[in-house]
Design a protein around this ligand. Structure first.
Ligand SMILES: CC(C)(COP(=O)(O)OP(=O)(O)OC[C@H]1O[C@@H](n2cnc3c(N)ncnc32)[C@H](O)[C@@H]1OP(=O)(O)O)[C@@H](O)C(=O)NCCC(=O)NCCS
Length: 173
């Protein structure tokens, strides 16, 4: 598959693991990851992950946006230790939104999140993205610090405890 084919998979250093695109059959493993990330759901939702949390995330799309325009990738090392959801061309053509980035607590704080974002950046830029976007909840200052450390900057969009941040695609920090 050519490097700029949007179906190609983002690549991380093999020492970290391997990214592969998730499919519906992977939902039980994704649900298990979500359940190991109870801290994130407590912070973001004020509750533990629901029994169908992975399925709900799988189907979650902005109104009117077709499901085919979202891809989920899992980091395997060798089991599933992280997930990243990417929406193509949202909220404008050329802007690709990281709708979810969630790492197993056991692998946080060692650069894996950074590597995943850089891999998504290179992959998205090769497929035509000019901007990466993420929406962060202000109750999650650690995540805000992470995105800011990677060069994401506030956009004017602040609402209901959320802030949208963006950076140009193919930015190596
Ligand atoms: C947020 C998350 C994706 C970051 O991934 P990570 O692999 O832990 O982060 P990295 O090790 O790549 O960190 C890179 C830099 O980001 C900053 N950073 C990361 N996590 C941070 C935290 N909790 N508090 C403050 N700064 C943080 C630091 O500057 C760090 O650089 P340093 O290690 O040299 O200090 C991960 O911790 C996670 O999955 N958290 C739970 C889910 C979540 O909040 N997702 C984001 C929702 S918007």
């Amino acid at each position: 598959m050519p490097r700029d084919d949007p179906r190609a998979v983002p690549e991380v250093d093999p020492a970290l693991g391997r990214l592969r695109e998730l499919a519906r059959e992977d939902l039980p493993e994704l649900q298990a990851l979500f359940e190991r990330c109870g801290d994130y759901f407590a912070l973001h939702e004020g509750r533990p992950p629901a029994p169908d949390e992975a399925e709900a995330d799988w189907d979650l799309m902005p109104a009117g946006k077709p499901r085919e325009e979202k891809q989920a990738f899992g980091l395997y090392a060798p089991g599933l230790v992280a997930v990243v959801d990417v929406l193509r061309d949202w909220r404008r053509p050329g802007t690709w939104t990281i709708a979810l980035l969630l790492l197993d607590p056991a692998v946080r704080g060692r650069g894996a999140g950074t590597q995943i974002v850089e891999a998504v950046d290179a992959w998205a830029a090769a497929a035509g993205a000019d901007t990466l976007r993420v929406v962060v909840k202000l109750v999650n200052p650690g995540a805000l610090a992470f995105w800011q450390a990677l060069g994401f900057r506030d956009t004017p969009l602040h609402y209901e405890g959320l802030v949208a941040l963006e950076r140009p695609a193919r930015t190596i920090v």
